[in-house]
Design a binder for this molecule. Structure first.
Ligand code: IPE
Ligand code: IPE
Ligand code: MG
Length: 258
């Protein structure tokens, strides 16, 4: 595999330069990568399969990308798995998507524990079916002692919903006298977001050619580098992930400075 990766080194493809794992590791690794995993339905449609077949295939990609992210020493990998708007989909599809965490964790939890990965989530867990919640909470508990990669699933997550919840909490604290409204600053808001314990993403990847955020981490992505690819999520490879990181490593981040 390494030999093969070396051969790819610096060869141009239709989507850009090939970066080897070694090359990527020789530069600063982004601490937090967030991915909008999109295109499962189109992947299935291209093969005349039901949409859920695309979601199933996408789950295997989650496993491969998690393993590589962990090997690269990335601290947090946030994966957008289900948005607050995805409830609008047909019930059969929603039901399938709500079974996926159980299937994923049922298959891979022992390996994740072994690999020192911590499973976490952002999103409103109270609204998801009990069987889904139980599987996730068990995985969170079983991996809570680990200190490797944080595998953070955004499940029933919506950034506007998150901001609404934060504003309500701040209003409550002002009303009850815990907080003086003159003291509200960026940190006050950050502390009330679901990501309060993790740093903002350095790199955002979206697959499938859509160039939008779809209600994902609107606050947290203020200074994140964006990287889009036409590749559909079930086709997203380790090579493509390394390319995203490699190209990120060649960007100049200024954060408003010079
Ligand atoms: C992403 O794939 C997975 C979820 C949103 C749950 P889609 O299901 O959105 O696939 P497309 O965009 O219809 O191809
Ligand atoms: C965003 O993808 C949500 C997830 C990847 C979970 P969608 O497929 O739901 O987004 P839109 O509808 O194309 O904006
Ligand atoms: Mg989509």
């Amino acid at each position: 595999m390494l030999e093969k990766l070396k051969l790819w080194n610096n060869k141009k493809t239709t989507t850009g330069t090939i970066f080897t794992k070694e090359e990527v590791l020789s530069k600063t690794i982004p601490k937090h990568i967030a991915i909008i995993m999109d295109g499962n339905g189109r992947w299935a449609k291209k093969r005349a399969l039901p949409r859920v077949a695309g979601h199933h295939e996408g789950m295997k990609v989650v496993r491969r990308i998690t393993r590589l992210a962990n090997e690269l020493g990335i601290e947090v990998l946030t994966l957008y798995a289900f948005s607050t708007e995805n409830w609008k989909r047909p019930k059969t599809e929603v039901d399938y998507l709500m079974k996926l965490p159980e299937e994923f964790l049922g298959t891979f939890l022992p390996e994740l524990i072994e690999e020192n990965v911590q499973v976490q989530t952002i999103g409103n867990r109270k609204e998801i079916p009990l069987h889904t919640r139980n599987a996730i909470e068990r995985a969170m508990k079983d991996t809570a002692q680990n200190n490797g990669l944080i595998l953070n699933f955004a499940l029933n997550y919506g950034s506007r919903d998150e901001i609404v919840q934060a504003v309500k909490k701040i209003a409550d604290d002002v009303k009850s006298g815990l907080l003086d409204h003159h003291e509200i600053n960026e940190e006050t808001i950050e502390k009330c977001l679901m990501t309060s314990h993790i740093q903002d993403p350095d790199l955002l990847i979206r697959t499938s050619g859509e160039i939008r955020l779809s209600n994902f981490m609107l606050w947290q992505l203020a200074y994140t580098e964006f990287w889009f690819t036409d590749v559909l999520w079930p086709d997203f490879s380790e090579e493509e992930f390394l390319r995203a990181i490699g190209e990120f490593q060649h960007r100049g981040r200024r954060f408003g400075g010079v």
